[in-house]
Write a protein that binds this ligand. Sequence first.
Ligand code: ADP
Length: 301
Amino acid sequence: MNLSISGLSKTYPNGVAALRNVSLTISSGIFGLLGPNGAGKSTLMRILATLQAPDSGTVHLGELDLLEQKYEVRRQLGYLPQEFGLYPRISAESMLNHLAVLKGIRNTKNRREVVQAVLHKTNLFLDRKKNLGGFSGGMKQRFGIAQALLANPQLLIIDEPTAGLDPTERNRFHNLLSELAEETIVILSTHIVDDVKELCCDMAILLNGEILLQAPPLAAINAFAGKVYQKSIGKSEMPLYRQQYRVISEKLFLGQPVIHVLSDTHPRNGFRECTVDLEDVYFAQVIEQNMSRAERKYHAV
Ligand code: ADP
């Protein structure tokens, strides 16, 4: 099954254009929607979760018109928002049981089976009697997935899930998502490049409401092969390098700034070619878009 998004736009009443003519085709596996804060990720996720209407555009999940057939779509949809409240004094199992009733699983035996299955899937079975208030960040995220799985969804939408998780919890969460993606379309929105690199078979970069690129991460990396160079420089030299090169990132290594620059030819001058990382692709796209926006503004003046 495919999720086809075409020409989606959304401007909030305060004039912020959160999505501008977004088109994407997403098939099974984990799809990464990568972008900085404010890019429009949550707006897109909420529209896909049928919780918000766009101003224009269409979305189809298989044969279903997602914007028109909301109730049919909701039966096939699991959504984990960026922030969700949990009742602290109720156990995971009781809460899931309650949510399963709300989702319409009326038969007690069926409900018990579904709840047990999602507890096992999310590795929360042993903690099922614990109150949600005592859950760690990672357990809360897995509980969020458990509730999203109650409806046995075809489409799972997960908004910024790993922010704040420690490395062990993050790994465990990644493993869970890749297991789920064997049967489901999973859309993961994140500002963490490594999440996409580790998990996603396809991705898009969203910035200022625009899709800058849609490609499998490896293809995006290969497109930049031989074009990224790095150099360790002195702290005071940064402004000079920014003027002379297309600097896409500056990081500290052992306290010393290391810059990555984009260049079609070898820049010499002490630079060396480096193995391209998804982060280079991401920064290059972001910088190119910011530059072309600045140019457009300049020409408009
Ligand atoms: P992200 O999830 O990538 O951080 P959002 O979709 O939350 O991006 O926000 C995109 C832009 O829309 C931001 O500039 C944000 O301030 C703005 N925005 C989001 N929600 C609203 C709203 N309800 N009203 C007005 N502006 C909003």
